[in-house]
Write a protein that binds this ligand. Sequence first.
Ligand code: PMT
Length: 395
Amino acid sequence: MSESMKRVLVGVTGGIAAYKSCELVRLLVKRGLDVRVVLTPAATRFVTPLSFQALSGHPARVELFDEAHEAAMGHIELARWADRVVVAPASADFLARIAHGHADDLLATLCLASEAPLFVAPAMNHRMWLHPATQDNVERLRGRGVDFVGPEEGGQACGEEGVGRMAEPRRIVERLLDGDGLFAGRRVMVTAGPTREPLDPVRYISNRSSGRMGFALAEAFAREGAEVTLVSGPVALATPAGVRRIDVETARQMRDAVFQALPGQEFFIGCAAVADYRPEREERRKIKKSFDILELKMRRNPDILAEVAAQPAAPFTLGFAAETEDLRQNALRKLEEKGVDMIAANRVGDGMGFEVERNELEVFWKGGRERLPYQGKDSLARRLVQLMASVVAEE
Ligand code: PMT
């Protein structure tokens, strides 16, 4: 925790996730922080100011025009007092109001008046979260440096499934306290898993990638405070906490998803095992077994990594090289040919690299190389993220 981070203003807006804010306040107090709570009037329909008073040891505030409270600590003083402001849950309405600079209740006024870093943990129905109006507000707020924690994917109070659950209080606390994570607030895109290239309605060509390495990287970046977008081929893995996931099937779908979400990304990690070729024709009917030899014509797929690296304002790019032989030579060739900033080479085949839970990497960049020894993919991913941070810092 940084020395200057002692006073946290917790804002609570109206939503069923407001009950989780009690735990958030409890955890912050437990970490030795001085916490004050402000609720919107709608929040008081879900939780009471008295609960927060008991947990924080200070009266919780609701009204902007409250003479008793203003006499004790006026709202501008309260805005100046905070080292960090965290709004959890942040409703769609609240995001819209602060995106447009409204000051129509105490909490929105404080957000406008405070110069402290603002963290928001959105919580809402997944359709509301994905609505273009909400996404526009999110973009606008991110552009102003507002730090988003979540929302996460899963079952929702309304009975539907999707992205919109409030991040767990522990995670919000981690983010607040580790605001100095290696990639805090940076935007990182990771591709993971295999692609499937259809032959006919029931068959496809694919590869053995399980997605483990890419998912471990997405998680490691998120733990370092990054806003992670994970574009994944078909895998049987849960989405790491706080990561935004986009599912695709074919290489061309992966390319489209990557380019759609690319604006504003600062780092691109190509860990997916993208099929280099696809069947030239996707038969509309199941191919019959009427030939002894079936010849397939294949067409080259777009090279997503090389295309990203060739963009005029390209993000920092880390590619992977999956090699059965001449690891170093092939990796250095790919570093050069694909025009990437770094390349992580792994041996594949014979039970290595693909599918398995452990791996080793040899990483190359213009100024050096480093071997990351054989270990679980989770810790390997953390080491790779740290290495990348130090290479970026040297540039
Ligand atoms: O998923 P796991 O089971 O955990 O396995 C991990 C892994 C072995 C898949 C991973 O560590 C790995 O090596 N991923 C890259 C696999 C690969 O496609 O390597 P490649 O050498 O063929 O491609 C080089 C780079 O170009 C890769 O970053 C790849 O994502 C990218 N590429 C390749 C082809 C293509 N059409 N578009 C691309 O972007």
